[in-house]
Design a protein around this ligand. Sequence first.
Ligand SMILES: Nc1ncnc2c1ncn2[C@@H]1O[C@H](COP(=O)(O)OP(=O)(O)O)[C@@H](O)[C@H]1O
Ligand SMILES: [Mg+2]
Length: 597
Amino acid sequence: MDKSDGADLSRRVWRLLGAYMLRDKWLLFVALLSAIGLSGTGLLSAKIMSDLFDALKVGNAAKLNLYSLAIVGVYVVRWFFVYGEMVYFAEAGQRLGLRLRSAIYTHLQSLSLRFFNKQRTGALMSTINNDVPLLQSSIASLKDLAPAPFQVIGGIAICIWISPKLSLAAMIVIPLMAAIINWLTKQIKGITSRTQDKLSDVNTIMEETLSGIRVIQSFSAEQHEIARFDRENHNAKELFMQSVRRQANLKPSVDVIGAIGISFALWVGGNLVVGHQLSFAHLVYFIGLLNQVAVGLNGLGGAKVTWEQIRAASERILDNVLDVEPDIRSAPDAVSLPEIQGLIEFRNVDFAYVPGTPVLSNISFTMNPGEVVAVVGKTGSGKSTIADLIPRFYDPDAGSVTVDGHDLRAVTVQSLRKHIAIVPQETMLFGGTIRDNIAYGNPDATDEMVEQAARAANAHDFISNPNVLPDGYNTIVGERGKQLSGGQRQRVAIARALIKNPRILILDEATSALDNQSETLVQQALDELMQGRTTLVIAHRLSTVVNADRILVMQNGRIAESGTHAELLRIPDGIYAQLYETQFRWEVETPQVGAPL
Ligand SMILES: Nc1ncnc2c1ncn2[C@@H]1O[C@H](COP(=O)(O)OP(=O)(O)O)[C@@H](O)[C@H]1O
Ligand SMILES: [Mg+2]
């Protein structure tokens, strides 16, 4: 990274901190003041102790009383500083976390599918779970940093004033000790973080197992997984013990070096006391100050590490999320579409997910209001991609998609999507009640509307059957609606689409994952849903295709043939004709079996 990049990064980090942390200037100010006050009481009580010893030496009982009381007084004042430091730093840190998480979540909602295709969910989760807490805890470390300059400069100045000779001795020994202790501490930290990594490996296996339990059990691979888990589990324990043993070796060394330092200062100071060059009280004071200086130096030493952590965490938060420009968003002069007829036109559309690998080439077709257009073709021929361009999940690289004559890029994304409902191959339900899931697209929906939609979607019967859903519409569906069958979920999705009452409908192989019996129920519901709406149906069943107003036959990202069923069958050696021969005919002869295209 060159210098200008570094400066640029710092500017971005400051922008982030300014926006999310320095907003609480007063809170931080009080917190810092408390931290400084707290270390001030440290210096003060060292001074009082020394004065107390002086009073003892000359046998001054009045002063002894005074100083004893003063020490209590200092600790009472200290109470306020401790409270201020703990509460206000925590409050500032929590507010930072609160705002950042909210900003990240909000921004993620504005990003397009292109972003989510590229970004791994794990990396995004880690930004919220690791980087945000890291920034939060770095605020806490400000409390060691803030008083450090006072502790160090004030402490050293008073030390020199007490005894320049003793200060000189200390100044030679202390930095040396600090360096050794610093080095040892780093070793300990290194081991701890490797142990953390190992533990997160164990977690990863656990996560995989929980989400893939069906596969594991279906392959009877339990023993294999248990062995794998045991191995990592043992490794983690071994590494942990290794780290404890290393720490157990290192920690007493730190203590020994600390003891050497203190003894050295006591030895030099003691000699000065014996030679009447220093009072005993001043020696006590001096040792107290040395301790303060050491704490301060430690705080300053941590500052660089903290700053690096802040920078790295901020950089990830900015790069992974907050600074990602949404590539799909409404133009400033975009118009809102309150009502539409539902006329859709693709004109010479090219599209690629990855530049240089075209997925759609020169796609042109029209869907008149209320028409049903079926798209057929092999897996990977670009059918779903065409469908994704209509709600503007992606923008075409060339050409245009229009609705009622408006280029999609010239209308607000929200007003466009209000008119579109999608029933995908497999539906995901959200945690919440069945009612919430059906009313998802229309928060104003009444109970009657929800039930009406469910009836039209062939869903009311199973929803109101207490053997299937004990609490009916109030049943909470678990994670992604796992306790419902695929066909039941699809019917909930159709009810959800019905209640939205869209002009445009997209069905992407909505019945392909279903068994025959539920397919029939779902197909009936879909027929109801398609009534009078402009519908793009990616079809795998003959009945849907035959009745379509137009059929597009996709091959390698191009429309190879288009027309009605009858027209397409007339093309000699046509792709559609072949498809019909090999797949649909079979379906006609055995009408119960839906053969996927
Ligand atoms: N998110 C994506 N990123 C990169 N390539 C993709 C993505 N989605 C689909 N593709 C590729 O685009 C092509 C068309 O995919 P798709 O439209 O899903 O086909 P279909 O629905 O006809 O099976 C395929 O080659 C597929 O691998
Ligand atoms: Mg598809």
